[in-house]
Design a protein around this ligand. Structure first.
Ligand code: SF4
Ligand code: SF4
Length: 219
């Protein structure tokens, strides 16, 4: 989700890359699940998040959508986000012990927290949301270790390319007729989320094949 923010109001004013040390380590979140509760529609998933969840839980996007996810419009594009439980207002993956039941396959936004990303014309950097995590014993770690994501160079390139595609759609979609808007949104949902990936094969190769088909539609 694109947000218009003054970075100095929510961060320490610094920008970080994957090799930088950041002060985010929060004592294993003992007794806390604040960032899994009351998050509304803000934990938006990208195609790799859905690939990772479907593959790890041996399920499909449609099954996840029935219980754990919901769809919402984000800057003109329909995208999935983690659904908060109506009774507890917590993420549907949070277990009774207040821990994440899908920790090893949790989405990218959860892996990053309390880091965020800020994009420029070419790429992005990380920043710390200094008021989001209440833990008092915060230690330092390298961003790349904190993200706990294999093939980080490929992942960061993919995140940037996904962001560029969504930005390009946003720039075009509001000038389109309603049926064209629906067509693009259905294509995004089908191509990147509903059409099953081959979990035996590399995600990124499959993503780039798919992005090319959508880019053709956008011309
Ligand atoms: S808010 Fe901080 S301490 Fe609490 S669960 Fe999230 S990362 Fe852990
Ligand atoms: S997926 Fe896990 S870490 Fe992310 S919000 Fe849900 S319970 Fe928390």
């Amino acid at each position: 989700m694109r947000r218009e923010i003054d970075i100095n109001e929510i961060s320490d004013g610094k920008l970080y890359t994957a090799n930088d040390l950041v002060k985010v380590v929060c004592n294993d979140c003992k007794g806390c699940s604040k960032c899994c509760t009351g998050m509304g529609e803000s934990i938006i998933l990208d195609p790799y998040d859905v690939y990772r969840l479907c593959s790890g839980l041996n399920t499909t996007f449609e099954v996840l959508l029935a219980s754990y996810l919901e769809l919402n419009v984000v800057d003109g594009t329909i995208l999935p986000n983690l659904k908060m439980n109506k009774e507890t207002n917590a993420c549907s993956f949070l277990n009774n012990e207040g821990r994440c039941s899908v920790h090893s396959i949790r989405p990218g936004i959860c892996r990053m927290f309390p880091l965020g990303r800020i994009y420029d014309e070419e790429s992005f950097k990380y920043f710390i949301q200094v008021y989001e995590c209440p833990s008092k014993n915060i230690g330092k770690v390298k961003v790349k270790k904190w993200l706990d994501t294999p093939d980080l160079i490929k992942y960061e390139k993919y995140i940037n390319d996904w962001h560029r595609l969504l930005k390009r759609i946003e720039e075009k979609i509001y000038s389109m007729e309603l049926d064209e808007q629906k067509k693009i949104n259905m294509a995004i949902l089908n191509v990147f989320f509903i059409n099953k990936y081959d979990y035996e094969k590399d995600f990124y190769a499959q993503f780039y094949e798919r992005i090319n088909t959508v880019k053709k539609e956008l011309k």
